[in-house]
Design a protein around this ligand. Structure first.
Ligand SMILES: Cc1ncc(COP(=O)(O)O)c(C=O)c1O
Length: 345
């Protein structure tokens, strides 16, 4: 049986760095039988301490969780009450739409605009809605899943200045350049800000379930909620640290993915039936004719290729393709070309 290619969940198919695997292989089993000593030394984890150093912020501004999913859930549990409003992007990761319902809150969706070759945030509509609805919490995603568009530092600064009356969660699960300098200034200027990040995507450690949040000065309640006095998973901490020590490996991987993203744009862009959206994440969104939706899906499955066929109210004739390894990407590009250039039933 031919091996399947899974490019449907935005995982990083290159896998974690060799150093992460070495840590796993050489792990000292005695660390498993005892609790972490981080808490008694004044920090919550060797990992939060390291992340804080990378970003030049105090350790108490770094929170850890069981993936960004867990931190998003906890942030909503912490700040959104019954009948209070969560302002969130209309096109977004499906779980965003479940978050408010977990606390009997209310979703208010702000639209994103479809441009010629990418999606955009529409600040005017977002801010209008913000003033009208007075949400308790606002969720911004950059880069956004599944549209792939992101906000520049200037745009973020402008937008966040308008949202100061609420708790703002900026989900940056798909930031694909390791650490950057601007986080510190965003957190200094926006005391109600929570930035969520993860080791799942860029660092190819989705199965490890480690995410982190970077918080502004007023986010103390959330900080207390996420605290774990007995520490975090010690093996995960060590592997995540190894990932942070492997910047050359991840830089090479992300360069390869960037190159292949351009290949997707140019090759799929030649197929006149398709509209390919520019993305700053490890996936691309492609609009296809609705009438080819089922037959393309069948065709790709027959070739062992699994990509995401979007099936939502607002996005239902779109594919989301995770950028895989060089070999996988060629197989996917060739199969889609074969389908639209003749193999179509
Ligand atoms: C936008 C977005 N945020 C967060 C997550 C969750 O990431 P994690 O694996 O860290 O829980 C995902 C997962 O696909 C995602 O698409």
């Amino acid at each position: 049986m031919e091996q399947k290619i899974y490019l449907d969940r935005n995982e990083n198919n290159y896998g974690p760095s060799p150093l992460c695997l070495e840590v796993l292989r050489k792990s000292d089993y005695t660390t498993l039988s005892v609790y972490s000593k981080s808490f008694s030394s004044g920090v919550k984890s060797i990992l939060s301490e390291r992340i804080a150093k990378e970003i030049h912020i105090p350790e108490n501004r770094v929170l850890l969780g069981y993936g960004a999913e867990d931190l998003l859930k906890q942030a909503i549990q912490c700040y959104l009450g019954k009948d209070e409003k969560l302002l969130l992007p209309a096109y977004s990761w499906w779980y965003y739409k479940k978050l408010a319902s977990e606390v009997n809150g209310i979703n208010v969706e702000y639209p994103l605009d479809e441009g010629d070759d990418s999606y955009h945030y529409n600040f005017e509509k977002l801010i209008d809605l913000y003033k009208k609805e007075k949400p308790k919490v606002v969720l911004i995603s950059s880069p956004n899943n599944p549209t792939g568009n992101s906000l520049s530092l200037n745009e973020l600064t402008t937008l966040l200045a308008e949202l100061r009356e609420s708790i703002v969660i900026l989900d940056q699960a798909y930031v694909f350049n390791g650490f950057d300098d601007y986080v510190k200034s965003l957190l200094t200027d926006n005391q109600n800000l929570i930035i969520t990040r993860t080791f799942s995507k860029y660092y190819a450690l989705a199965g490890l379930r480690i995410g982190f949040a970077l918080i502004g000065e007023n986010i103390q309640k959330f900080s207390r909620l996420t605290n774990r006095y007995l520490g975090f998973n010690r093996l995960s901490e060590e592997i995540a640290l190894a990932a942070l020590d492997s910047s050359e490996y991840y830089k090479t991987v992300s360069e390869k993915m960037q190159k292949d993203k351009l290949l997707y744009y140019s090759e799929l862009g030649k197929i006149k039936e398709l509209k390919v959206f520019k993305s700053d994440a490890n996936f691309i969104l492609v609009k296809i004719p609705k009438q080819t939706y089922s037959s393309l899906k069948e065709f790709l499955i027959s070739k062992g290729i699994v990509i995401k066929f979007m099936n939502e109210e607002l996005l239902n004739s779109h594919l989301r393709i995770t950028i895989g390894t060089e070999a996988q990407n060629l197989v996917v590009i060739n199969a889609i070309k074969e389908f639209y250039n003749g193999a179509r039933k």
